[in-house]
Write a protein that binds this ligand. Structure first.
Ligand code: PMP
Length: 399
């Protein structure tokens, strides 16, 4: 085993795909301390700037005093507190669903949902660019697993039309793609799925809190109810700024997950204090719509200015604004040159993205100031001119 692992590690290194962690010694925010150095960061998913907000911290401290740190057990044993319960009610209300169910992480939610609903003899169809946890859930379920071309309704339609007339059918997509930032055409996907008697599941990890009139996410944005989008999954560690995940849907769906979703049943409940911090975050989302508005203004102005400067934007309307580089080593060099100048943006390489599409995954948040975004653009232009001038004005930013 040891020898084999060492060989695999060496191979990773040889491919320049070795991943390394950074040591962060500050709270989340536009500026973070990395290895003792303060960097301006554009790589977190804290889209609303809630992760270090005092309202969340105070709620968490108060609930730690009343409920302790550990939840002690799984939800089904004795870990399900009144705070978890309140949070589930709030999430159901915000998403306009019968019920919501908390999971300890989004990864576990996706594994749990798909594997609980499908088995041998069933069919799962997933967008090619779905998050790893959705793909893993599809494989784990034992259902026949197919991937359709990204956001390609015609490809999905023809695959659905060719399915045998037995077993359940589930279409699974990201509502906002985590490495591209583009949206799924959820209205059309709902129609296509319904026409072929398939249920639709959307992972709204990157839309929840950001999209929709009240931050209720992609379903609220597209006004898709439970009927059209029966399985809505969202995470709490991104725009919401806390930790964990949820699924929202019908009474039958939620009861089935409580009974059959193994990553729900066999894991410790998130701490009650995390649920309390999440409730405080939902209060902020309701009372401070300026954060969503500011974020959308920043996205628009960033795109206009980046486009004018010739930066290789991708067609994204979300806070995820990747810059397409292509070559893995070049993406790493650009990221390193940015970091030398005090700007942190991580390079994303295969296998996370398809070969030849390495990129800088840049994310904007409501907490970034105008002058920080000015500095971002100035530094990007300087670095691209110096390290990769051939990429400037190469891509069109069509959206
Ligand atoms: N789905 C998507 C689209 C994600 O981006 C992520 C997080 N990277 C997850 C699921 C997993 O969520 P969590 O971090 O809560 O496990």
């Amino acid at each position: 085993m040891e020898k084999n692992l060492q060989a695999r590690l060496a191979e990773r290194q040889r491919q320049s795909r070795y991943r390394q962690r950074r040591l962060i010694s500050s709270a989340q925010g536009p500026e973070i301390r990395v290895g003792g150095k303060l960097l301006l960061q554009f790589c977190s998913n804290d889209y609303l700037g809630h992760a270090a907000h005092p309202a969340l911290a105070e709620a968490m401290c108060a609930a730690t005093a009343s409920h302790g740190v550990g939840s002690g057990a799984s939800h089904l044993v004795c870990g399900h507190s009144d705070l978890h319960h309140q949070l589930e009610l709030r999430l159901a209300e915000l998403t306009g669903r019968d019920r919501a169910l908390l999971f300890s992480t989004g990864y576990m939610a996706n594994l749990g949902i798909i594997a609980a609903l499908l088995g041998r003899g069933d069919q799962v169809l997933e967008d090619r660019l779905n998050h790893a946890s959705l793909l893993d859930g599809g494989l784990l379920s034992g259902a026949r697993f197919q991937r359709f071309r990204h956001n390609d309704l015609a490809d999905l339609e023809s695959r659905l039309a060719a399915l045998p007339d037995k077993g359940e059918r589930l279409v699974v997509v990201d509502a906002v793609y985590s490495m591209d930032g583009d949206q799924a055409p959820l209205v059309e996907l709902a129609e296509t799925s319904a026409r072929h008697s398939a249920w639709l599941m959307a992972d709204d990890a990157h839309g929840f809190g950001v999209l929709g009139a009240h931050g209720g996410g992609s379903a609220q944005h597209f006004q898709l109810g439970q009927q059209e989008l029966p399985i809505l999954m969202g995470t709490l560690g991104k725009a919401v700024g806390s930790f964990g995940a949820f699924v929202a849907g019908s009474e039958t769906l939620i009861e089935s997950l409580i009974q059959f979703a193994r990553p729900y049943i066999y894991t410790t409940a998130m701490p009650a204090a995390v649920a309390a911090a999440t409730l405080a975050s939902l209060d902020l989302m309701a009372s401070e719509s300026w954060r969503r508005e500011r974020l959308h203004r920043l996205i628009q102005s960033f795109r206009e200015r980046a486009d004018a400067a010739g930066l290789p934007l991708m067609p994204s309307v979300s806070p995820i604004q990747p810059l397409l580089v292509g070559d893995e080593d070049l993406a790493m060099s650009i990221s390193a040159a940015l970091e030398e100048r005090g700007v942190l943006i991580s390079a994303i390489r295969p296998p996370t993205v398809p070969p030849g599409s390495s990129r800088l995954r840049l994310t904007l948040t409501a907490a970034h100031s105008d002058s920080q975004v000015d500095r971002l653009l100035d530094t990007l232009v300087e670095v691209f001119r110096r390290v990769a001038p051939e990429l400037l004005f190469r891509q069109s930013s069509s959206d």
